[in-house]
Ligand binder design. Structure first.
Ligand SMILES: Nc1nc2c(c(=O)[nH]1)N[C@H]1C(S)=C(S)[C@@H](COP(=O)(O)O)O[C@H]1N2
Ligand SMILES: [Mo]
Length: 577
């Protein structure tokens, strides 16, 4: 192997910037604001969700009228009198402990970042589906115009811009940074949640929010009727929550929060590929849709919760939450105001901070979720999970197409002159033609692709197992990373590349694919050769491969962060979730 080839590939790499300039970000993508969300009704009709506001309002008014009518009926009123609301509940003579009140605030603070970053992630592929095929037109919710019938349309073309202080970090296609916020703060939120669960059960405070009698249901029904009839139940929350409160808190703490974790992990390529018994039922897209519905619950709960805190005795309630007293003074309100100032300051600082110090966010995020991602990377699954029947009718395109004259010439000659250069820390560097590759033992697998943006699709890949390549080139013990160079550039210019840990090259599902669904890989999907490493997300599956280099350390390649998106868009070099 000539050293020129080695240096030629490395020379085409560029380093990314260490600050984000929104004007030149992600290849200077212009802002795109999409449309008001549309819900699919039946096969082809779409409901603008803005209609849900007047519809919801009308239903509420109807509910109030119905409740007032019902309370005029003696037997119903007798039921309400018999079930004022808290009869079944354990009463507490002591205030909520300090740890509980502190955790309540931390929960709120963490959720502001999680929700904003989650919205930013959703905006990168603003469609939700129930099947793993992500077929345009089959989504049940979209916040973007219908996908146009343009052959090489990409998922990135459909990403949305969120306002700067709604999304985090609030510029288009900033999913790499948004994920650090979302997953990083998630670990803090989960840690807070685990401590909360432990203390809750160790202290007996759990009885405040876990119903221990079926009577919670008639009480909840009665309380709902009382609220709706606008003759509100007696407020006894200092000693006990009423049935409706208890159910709402129980669902939020014991159903919604765990579901957020489970559905979040349901989107992981490594976990989904390995634990197929689960992911077959909870497909990535069902997980993603449910994850969104959990968000809707949290927003709904927060809205009603905060409204009622202020609409019932506000000063007392704020004292319950902030000072642990039942006083009617302004102390609780004062601490509440300070805590809201903290929320507001961190809220408005988060996006500007992220754009100014993206590497800090990338490092801090990785420090928080990196250990979990490393853990899941060792899940080596075998082929055979999906069959031909599962192959997706539509497989999205993504990324930046190769536009060089060099690529054009190779493509026009059907890659007759294309050579795969494999070099670096190997005993036997080689140059393989497409015919050489096709002469090697054939490997086939039907697997699911997980794009970081959220879409997925199943395809049959044919080609050569990376184990075969390792046997051929014999990496030296010093080789720790395998770098895949593309013939094409990334969005900001400079060659696209990505690095993978060498252990993952020995996995059953790591291969170089020259066929897709029984035909040679097309131009859009990476002709003549692309990578498949199924424990990682889509951006690591380098298309239009030019060469492979075995190296000791990723720090010596490109910007040093392990790949093009890692260097330029602050992604992580390990992305098993
Ligand atoms: N060379 C190169 N490879 C690339 C990309 C790219 O921009 N350039 N995009 C990646 C991303 S983000 C995804 S999701 C997959 C998409 O593969 P597909 O177009 O076959 O669906 O390719 C990956 N490989
Ligand atoms: Mo992607």
């Amino acid at each position: 192997m000539s050293p020129e080839v080695v240096s030629k590939l490395r020379e085409q790499l560029t380093t990314g910037d260490d600050v984000v300039d929104p004007k030149t970000w992600a290849g200077s993508v212009p802002a795109a604001f999409g449309i008001a969300p549309r819900l699919r009704i039946g096969a082809k009709r779409w409901l603008n969700v803005v209609w849900l506001l007047p519809i919801g309002w009308a239903l509420l008014l109807l509910g109030v009228a119905a409740a007032q009518y019902l309370r005029g009926i003696p037997s119903v009123e007798a039921f309400v009198q018999a079930h004022p609301g808290t009869g079944f509940a354990t009463t507490f003579a002591t205030p909520m402990p300090l740890w509980l009140r502190a955790q309540h605030f931390l929960n709120l603070l963490f959720l502001t970042f999680i929700v904003r970053a989650g919205a930013q992630i959703l905006a990168d592929h603003p469609f939700l589906y129930w099947t793993r095929h992500s077929t345009p037109g089959k989504e049940w919710l979209r916040m973007q115009k219908a996908v146009p019938h343009i052959p090489l349309w990409t998922a990135k073309d459909d990403s949305l811009t969120l306002p700067k202080h709604i999304g985090l970090p609030g510029i288009r296609h900033s999913i790499g940074l948004a994920r650090w916020w979302h997953l990083g703060v998630d670990t803090l939120w989960l840690a807070n949640g685990i401590v909360f669960f432990v203390l809750l059960f160790a202290s007996g405070e759990w009885r405040r929010i876990v119903p221990t009698s079926w009577q919670v249901f008639p009480d909840a029904a009665s309380v709902l009727l009382q609220y709706l009839s606008l003759r509100w139940p007696a407020d006894e929350s200092w000693v006990a929550y009423n049935g409706l409160q208890m159910l709402a808190y129980f669902i939020t703490v014991f159903v919604a929060a765990p579901l957020a974790l489970v559905t979040g992990l349901g989107m992981s390529p490594a976990l989904s590929t390995r634990f197929h018994a689960i992911s077959k039922r909870l497909s990535i897209q069902s997980a993603r849709s449910l994850h969104f519905l959990v968000l809707c619950w949290f927003l709904f709960f927060t809205f009603v919760h905060v409204t009622l805190v202020f609409a019932t005795s506000a000063l007392r309630n704020l004292n319950h939450i902030y000072t642990g007293t039942n006083a009617k003074d302004w102390v609780g309100f004062g601490i509440f105001a300070v805590s809201m100032a903290v929320v507001a300051i961190t809220w408005f600082a988060a996006s500007p901070l992220t754009l100014r110090h993206p590497r800090l966010i990338q490092r801090a995020g990785f420090a928080l979720v990196g250990p979990a991602q490393r853990l899941f990377e060792h899940l080596d699954a075998e082929p055979g999970t999906y069959t031909e029947k599962d192959v997706s009718p539509y497989f999205w395109h993504n990324g930046k197409y190769p536009e060089t004259a060099e690529y054009r010439a190779l493509f026009d000659s059907q890659f007759a002159d294309w050579r795969l250069h494999i070099h670096g820390l190997v005993e036997n560097p080689v140059e393989l033609s497409l015919a050489d590759l096709r002469a090697l033992p054939h490997h086939e697998q039907i697997t699911q692709h997980f794009c970081i943006q959220g879409w997925s699709g199943i395809a049959k890949w044919g080609g050569v197992s990376m184990q075969t390549i390792l046997d051929l080139v014999k990496p030296t013990p010093a080789a720790k990373w395998v770098v895949f160079y593309s013939l094409g550039d990334g969005a900001d210019g400079g060659r696209y590349y990505d690095a993978h840990p060498i252990e993952q090259m020995r996995y059953h599902l790591t291969m170089l694919a020259y066929d897709m669904n029984g035909a040679p890989v097309s131009y859009g999907h990476g002709a003549p050769l692309r990578l498949r490493n199924e424990v990682q997300l889509g951006f690591k599956q380098v298309k239009w491969i030019a060469g492979i280099e075995f190296v000791a350390d990723i720090a010596e390649v490109g910007g040093g962060y392990g790949g093009y998106n890692e260097d330029h868009e602050f992604f992580g070099y390990r992305q098993s979730i």
